[in-house]
Design a protein around this ligand. Structure first.
Ligand code: PH2
Ligand code: MG
Ligand code: MG
Length: 159
């Protein structure tokens, strides 16, 4: 079993419902158990500013799936949510990012773990730290140390 962390994001077509459904679909993945779900967070868009706010969250998944297998399952869920790919950082119905896969560092053609930008994003780090306060990012520092550098990013935990 490997403990993987998955970043969830949506800013189109009822984002809160998209994210809630995504948690349920992660819970149904084969050879896997949804271990924890973070709260939902409303966050200002990063990268491409002219788009709606996002709903973001993080899931912890205990899984026997390999990293590539899990990555393909995540893409299949995105696809079922009507995800299309237009340009980088475009608005999306659902984005599922494999943030961490145990303590592994992976640099494949289609999959890079840890997620290469997670350490600079409050919308990843804050929900991650909610469910894994001691999280370490392989090749970098503790997630908590990275969050300190993101304090200007707008993020609000939803009730
Ligand atoms: N995802 C991006 C780019 N910018 N901004 C927020 N607030 N939340 C996201 O999930 C997000 C983003 C690329 O995946
Ligand atoms: Mg993403
Ligand atoms: Mg993605």
């Amino acid at each position: 079993m490997t403990l993987a962390y998955i970043g969830i994001g949506s800013n189109l077509e009822e984002p809160r419902a998209q994210v809630s459904r995504a948690f349920d679909e992660l819970a149904r993945l084969p050879r896997s158990r949804l271990a924890r779900r973070s709260s939902l967070y409303r966050t200002a868009p990063l990268g491409h500013a002219d788009q709606p706010d996002f709903i973001n969250a993080v899931a912890a998944l205990d899984t026997e799936l390999g990293a590539e297998e899990l990555f393909r399952e995540l893409q299949a869920i995105e696809h079922r949510h009507g995800r299309t790919r237009s340009f980088a950082n475009a608005p999306r119905t659902l984005d599922l990012d494999l943030l961490l896969y145990g303590h592994a560092s992976i640099a494949g053609p289609g999959l890079v773990v840890p997620h290469p930008r997670m350490h600079e994003r409050a919308f990843v780090l804050q929900p991650l730290l909610e469910i894994a306060p001691a999280a370490q990012i392989p090749g970098r520092s503790a997630a908590a140390a990275s969050l300190a550098a993101c304090e200007q990013q707008k993020i609000e935990r939803l009730a």
